[in-house]
Ligand binder design. Structure first.
Ligand SMILES: *Cc1c(COP(=O)(O)O)cnc(C)c1O
Length: 402
């Protein structure tokens, strides 16, 4: 066959147009981060690839191992948390998984707060025991209860900065001191307070976790997590585990979250202001049995929350109405502009009903013991107009009363 093939030029041109080629270069730079969905990265030579794998040159190889969008997002959250080298995972639970699976082994024991995020509790009750890792739950508002739960096998304590849905605040100072004294790792899930209100690593925690899905991303359109530690050994173990277990985040989600993060401070401040107003407004409504907001002086952990969180009460408010499930149904139906959705941290205010969602797996007795009746609601306050939110809830509470 001669070099001049029978393939018509038009076919060859069309085929060449589809080949992998470099993205157009530009002497000016994009001001917003590009999305890099590429799964794989081409290297110049095998030696160049060696340099990358051995850490002598910076580069990406395969996106499960890392990609520019995850890195751009992680560096921003690192800055907020005052740490270097944190990683982004495909969900908040991915971050929890990277921590447990990266740092624990069979026969290790965990002590955890008794009001953790539902799936974190299930990890401790259903998943880790299969691998020989046992957990004991204890009330983290009382450091002596946490201490009493420690055994010789305890390797890690996990607490959340604010519990869901009763918004209790652990004795974080005493627990950090306890963990240090007993040589146990302390992990803090900082999802509810964010680094604007609390910096867990500065306060003595070894590991900090976020569900970026919530406040940091803020628009309910990206599912991601973050985990960081200052000890490079811990960080290396968690990152290695995240990559091997496939906990990697999608570039598109990271890109969305980075965009969301740019307005995080404004959103958070506004949401906290709104929450404080809404809590006071709810407390004045007839038919509201109680309001739980750490920023109010009638909250059981008010002093502690103010001291730990720089005077910020957060964006979450819980309240309880009389009348059980029937009243709860009427309340939700009368608030059509407040999405009834089991999440938090969105720009829009959302309403959740723990007995039918996050806490449905508990028996009615256990819920009652935690103070979660059928009339219990949790509000994730958004950035709308506070007066309007108050008016909407006033109407909903009135409808609940029937
Ligand atoms: C939502 C949440 C998680 C889990 O995060 P996902 O992104 O939903 O996987 C963990 N901890 C807390 C406190 C949460 O609110």
């Amino acid at each position: 066959m001669s070099g001049a093939s029978d393939t018509p030029n038009s076919t060859r041109d069309a085929a060449n147009a589809l080949r992998r080629t470099a993205f157009p270069a530009s002497s000016s730079r994009a001001v917003s981060s590009p999305i890099m969905p590429s799964v794989v990265y081409a290297s110049a030579t095998p030696d160049a690839l060696d340099d990358q794998y051995e850490g002598r040159a910076k580069g990406f190889t395969y996106s499960r191992e890392g990609h520019p969008n995850a890195e751009a997002l992680a560096r921003r959250i690192d800055m907020m948390e005052g740490v270097e080298g944190g990683i982004v995972t495909g969900s908040g639970m991915g971050a929890v998984t990277a921590m447990f699976m990266g740092l624990l082994k069979a026969s290790d024991h965990v002590v955890a707060g008794n009001q953790l995020y539902g799936r974190s509790l299930r990890m401790l009750s259903d998943q880790l025991p299969r691998l020989g890792i046992e957990a004991t739950l204890a009330d983290p508002t009382d450091a002596s209860a946490i201490e009493a739960a420690l055994t010789d096998q305890t390797r890690l304590i996990l607490v959340e900065t604010v519990s869901n849905p009763t918004l209790r605040v652990p004795d974080l100072e005493a627990i950090a001191e306890l963990a240090r004294r007993r040589g146990v790792l302390l992990a803090v899930d900082n999802t509810f307070t964010t680094p604007l209100a609390y910096r867990a690593l500065d306060a003595g925690a070894d590991i900090v976790i976020h569900s970026i899905t919530k406040l940091l991303s803020g628009h309910s359109d990206a599912m991601l997590g973050y985990v960081a530690a200052r000890d490079p050994e811990l960080m290396r173990a968690m990152e290695e585990t995240a990559v091997t277990l496939g906990l990697t985040a999608s570039p598109f989600d990271c890109w969305l979250a980075e965009r969301g993060l740019l307005t995080f401070e404004l959103r958070y401040r506004r949401a906290c202001e709104n929450a404080a107003k809404l809590a006071d407004c709810l407390a004045d409504l007839p038919g509201v049995r109680r309001v739980l907001y750490p920023g109010r002086s009638d909250h059981p952990d008010h002093q502690r929350a103010m001291a730990l969180f720089g005077g910020q009460g957060g964006n979450m408010v819980s309240f309880e109405v009389e009348g059980g499930r029937a009243a709860a149904n009427r309340l939700v139906a009368a608030a059509p502009d407040l999405p009834f959705a089991p999440t938090l941290g969105d720009v829009a205010t959302t309403l959740s009903h723990p007995p039918s969602s996050s806490h449905r797996a508990l028996t009615a007795e256990r819920r009652e013991a935690l103070g979660i009746s059928e009339g219990f609601f949790r509000v994730s306050v958004g950035i709308e107009e506070a007066d309007q939110l108050c008016e909407e809830l006033r109407r909903a509470v009135a409808a609940a009363a029937g």
